[in-house]
Design a protein around this ligand. Structure first.
Ligand code: SF4
Ligand code: SF4
Length: 446
């Protein structure tokens, strides 16, 4: 079985793994964020009072900038452009659409014309961009740009189906229920790149999904690889090491190992864009945690707010202490129930205080070495955290703070309950701020 060095076994809490995907009820309105991908945010292309249809572009990015359009996920009337608090704590521009319940699609949505197996890379890249597809595992890097940058550099496409974070089961259900969408999208990406080797990485806690996939792939070009269940197996560097035994230090990209990685959901979105012409307007979201009455895996229109999703899931049974988009290890805590679902939202977790780690006053390191043993980046987290705590950023940098992938494994295992990853994150922010300051000084000639 494939695996990497370090990492840890964590409580899985995959409460919804046997819950088939359901369509969530229609939202009364959606708030579609203009900041759904890495790169330049979209500028709204609609105004208050406009009628919009499903799949219509409502925001776009200039062609020379990194980014892709966003589309209406319901038909209805634009109520306005509102500033809504996002996970970053910053307000994001959102196009708010009142749903007319008709689900009327925009004209012109059609399957890819011609023989896809003979399509050139440019046509595929253009279709992926127009469909607004981004990484759906959380990072939300525009997929057209990833394919473009891998052209001529990658000889292996990896489909990341590790889903190693606790609670999340959206990719698992997708693989079980619609594996042909994932494999279909992967084949289109292979055609675009002219690559003849793909590895589908599935953790061994999803053997049922691996079996389903094995039945529909030809083992020559596309191989299903069973990975040992261990956190953070889904991290790009760990995935590449596990599959190819190539170490990627910070600063190097998957492409440096000849690999390009796509998430399972992203592949299925590529397939939809070619099969039906439908852009990315909905996704599977795992709704879980101990506060929601009906946890499950739901197909949710982009822009639906947490409050309405919770309502459709039977409401709350406990007061949530934390609302997390993504997994509890690397996901983002949200500020309010008004936050809308975005392209990268794989899960919404509503967790009570029972899941809160109780803060320890002035925790002291007992030098057990667990954080060092488990760090997948082979760092000395205790030292970096200590230097960060003392405000010595130079030493924190020397000990490799910038190589930390913020997986949280060190904090999870620390018996002294030191918030190691928070200290390291803070050191990284300070180091970056200082680098920006020095660059600005250099530019101004001072
Ligand atoms: S130091 Fe960073 S990379 Fe290493 S375990 Fe901690 S959070 Fe993960
Ligand atoms: S795991 Fe915690 S207590 Fe153990 S060495 Fe690391 S920081 Fe210290």
């Amino acid at each position: 079985m494939f695996t990497f060095k370090g990492g840890t076994h964590i409580n899985e809490y995959k409460l919804t793994k046997d819950f088939p995907t359901e369509k969530i009820g229609a939202p009364r309105s959606v708030a579609i964020s203009m900041s759904q991908h890495i790169g330049a945010p979209c500028t709204p292309t609609v105004a208050e009072g406009d009628r919009v249809l499903v799949g219509q572009i409502i925001g776009d990015v200039a062609p020379d900038k990194l980014g892709c359009p966003v589309h209406a996920s319901v038909s209805g009337t634009v109520k306005g452009i509102e500033q809504i608090l996002g996970a970053s704590g910053m307000k994001e521009s959102c196009v708010v659409i009142e749903n007319d319940g008709l689900d009327e699609p925009v004209g012109g949505l059609a399957p890819f014309e011609g023989d896809i197996t003979a399509a050139d890379a440019e046509a595929i890249i253009d279709t992926v961009r127009r469909a607004g597809i981004t990484g759906m595992g959380g990072a939300a890097f525009p997929s057209y740009a990833k394919i473009k940058s891998a052209l001529g550099h990658a000889d292996t496409v990896i489909v990341n189906c590790a889903e190693c974070e606790p609670f999340i089961t959206s990719d698992h259900r997708l693989l079980l229920e619609e594996p042909e969408r994932v494999v279909g999208g992967l084949k289109i990406i292979l055609i675009a790149l002219g690559v003849k080797r793909a590895l589908i990485a599935v953790e061994d806690n999803k053997r049922d999904a691996a079996k389903v996939l094995e039945k529909i792939v030809d083992g020559d070009m596309i191989r299903v690889c069973l990975m040992k269940t261990k956190y953070p197996q889904g991290d790009e560097r760990q995935l590449i090491y596990a599959l190819t035994k190539t170490e990627l230090p910070m600063g190097m990209l998957p492409m440096d190992a000849g690999c390009v990685i796509f998430n399972a959901g992203t592949c299925s979105a590529v397939y939809d864009a070619f099969r039906s012409g439908l852009p990315l307007v909905k996704r599977i979201v795992t709704v879980s945690g101990d506060c929601v009455k009906k946890p499950g895996n739901y197909v949710v229109p982009l822009g639906m707010r947490v409050s309405e999703i919770v309502e459709k899931c039977g409401g709350l049974v406990k007061e949530p202490r934390k609302i997390i988009f993504g997994g509890p290890m690397m996901g983002k805590s949200e500020w309010s129930l008004d936050t809308p679902v975005k392209k990268g939202t794989s899960a919404i977790l509503l967790l009570s205080e029972d899941f809160e780690s109780k803060p320890v006053k002035d925790p002291e390191c007992i030098r057990c070495g667990r954080c060092v043993k488990n760090c997948p980046m082979h760092l000395m987290p205790a030292y970096i955290a200590q230097y960060s705590r003392l405000g010595d950023m130079e030493m924190a940098k020397k000990f490799g703070a910038m190589s930390c992938v913020e997986c949280g494994t060190c904090s999870y295992n620390c018996p002294a309950k030191i918030e190691i990853v928070q200290y390291i994150r803070s050191a990284k922010n300070n180091i970056k701020a200082e680098e920006r300051r020095l660059a600005a000084l250099k530019k101004s000639g001072s």
